[in-house]
Design a protein around this ligand. Structure first.
Ligand SMILES: Cc1cc2nc3c(=O)[nH]c(=O)nc-3n(C[C@H](O)[C@H](O)[C@H](O)COP(=O)(O)OP(=O)(O)OC[C@H]3O[C@@H](n4cnc5c(N)ncnc54)[C@H](O)[C@@H]3O)c2cc1C
Length: 369
């Protein structure tokens, strides 16, 4: 989120200092999965339209970034495969197919929610997983998280207006006086965009009055990377929280657990073993695939589950940019643009859903007991 914000700041010519407590990518964004999953196409809403527009625009934004840096972000609109184990799910999917025709269009581009009795590709998903058929949606995509971060950092390395400092933690923010404190002294700012992942929440809690509950929490996730000789263009498989994502270079990512309680935020355990077993059953081609990495991270989940973006109602110089939870990669470029434009007092070419506003989350946290 912070890297995309810095990219937009550079493009708008805003003098910017980006500080990261650790090395770039040591937070949730340095993971393995990178699935870009659309919401269901039914019950259309402002929020779904925003996500749709973001998922469509990301392709072009990444193409520009790749052209500027000469680096690949490992992006591909490879689609998504959802097995339908029960007959009623097939009926529901047919309804979603019509919803997608209605809502998933952008200019002359139409994305689909195909429903079929057999899987549209051979040798990937277990045919028995879809006893009542399969969905193949053509909107879903994937990106390689670490490759994307490298491309963003490379862009910023040549920036004229942005300076990136790693290994410097912000210990406190005095938003009204425009001061952030660090062990190496204070940083003075006109505007501060806070995109510290889940660590943003305690900082925001500390400067917000009248809260009855924290503005957000970390949710642990575990994932793994397998070495497998499969086509990188294969669709993402998704079922009940299990994601199987084929990446470039013979790598397949498997995720993710969702843990509200945990002892060690960065360890992996039997929960990941369970996911791997489910993945190998779902995609038998992975049965003997070697695990090359096990990884865990903390997702930023805002109190109202939606992203948390925008100026603090009590401290207008402080702008939140966090709460992407499980869908940050598909939204970050747009959320960051909105945050930077809010900071610069510039008009934003699109609107954010109201429930994304920091003020909306504060209202929820002020009423929740
Ligand atoms: C297992 C797992 C799988 C996931 N899969 C997907 C997926 O398939 N698709 C998807 O879209 N999303 C996925 N997510 C969610 C996604 O990774 C996160 O929502 C996203 O990375 C959050 O980005 P962020 O920039 O808000 O936070 P982070 O990436 O955590 O970045 C926050 C940064 O702030 C820095 N920081 C923190 N505190 C301070 C401080 N005081 N001073 C200075 N710097 C500070 C940290 O060092 C860090 O670099 C997954 C998450 C997990 C854990």
């Amino acid at each position: 989120m912070g890297l995309w914000a810095a990219v937009h700041a550079e493009r708008l010519g805003i003098k910017t200092l980006l500080v990261d407590a650790a090395r770039i990518g040591q937070g949730a964004s340095g993971g393995l999965l990178g699935a870009l999953m659309p919401h269901m196409p039914d019950k259309w809403s402002e929020k779904k339209q925003f996500q749709f527009d973001a998922l469509v625009s990301l392709e072009g934004d990444i193409a520009v970034l790749e052209a500027e840096t000469g680096l690949s972000a490992g992006y591909r609109r490879s689609g998504r495969l959802i097995p339908l184990p029960k007959p009623h799910l097939h009926r529901i999917a047919l309804g979603h197919s019509q919803d997608a025709e209605r809502h998933w269009c952008h200019g002359d581009r139409q994305f689909h929610w195909h429903v079929s009795d057999t899987a549209p590709v051979d040798g990937w998903i277990d045919p028995n997983a879809g006893a009542s058929g399969f969905v193949f949606d053509t909107l879903a995509a994937r990106v390689a998280p670490r490759s994307l971060l490298k491309a963003l950092v490379s862009f910023l390395g040549k920036a004229k207006h942005v300076r990136l400092v790693e290994g410097l933690q912000v210990d406190g923010i005095d938003p009204d006086n425009g001061v952030a404190s660090t062990r190496e002294g204070t940083i003075r700012f006109g505007r501060c965009i806070l995109s510290a992942g889940h660590s943003s929440f305690p900082i925001l809690d500390g400067v917000t009055s009248g809260l009855h509950s924290s503005l957000g929490q970390p949710v642990k996730g575990q994932a793994a990377l397998l070495k497998a000789d499969v086509d990188a263009g294969l669709p993402v498989i998704f079922r009940d929280g299990l994601y199987i994502v084929a990446h470039e270079g013979g790598l397949v990512a498997v995720g993710s657990t969702s843990e509200n309680r945990f002892d060690d935020p960065l360890s992996t355990d039997g929960l990941l073993d369970g996911l791997l077993a489910a993945a190998r059953a779902m995609a038998p081609v992975l049965a003997d695939a070697e695990v090359v990495e096990r990884w865990a991270g903390l997702r930023p989940k805002a109190i109202d589950r939606d992203p948390m973006v925008g100026a603090h109602p009590e401290h207008p110089r402080l702008i939140a940019l966090t709460g992407g939870f499980k869908v940050s990669f598909g939204l970050a470029h747009r959320l960051a643009e909105a945050a930077v434009r809010a900071a610069a007092g510039a008009v934003c070419p699109f609107e954010l859903p109201e429930t994304f506003a920091l003020s909306s989350h504060i209202t929820v946290a002020s009423h929740k007991m």
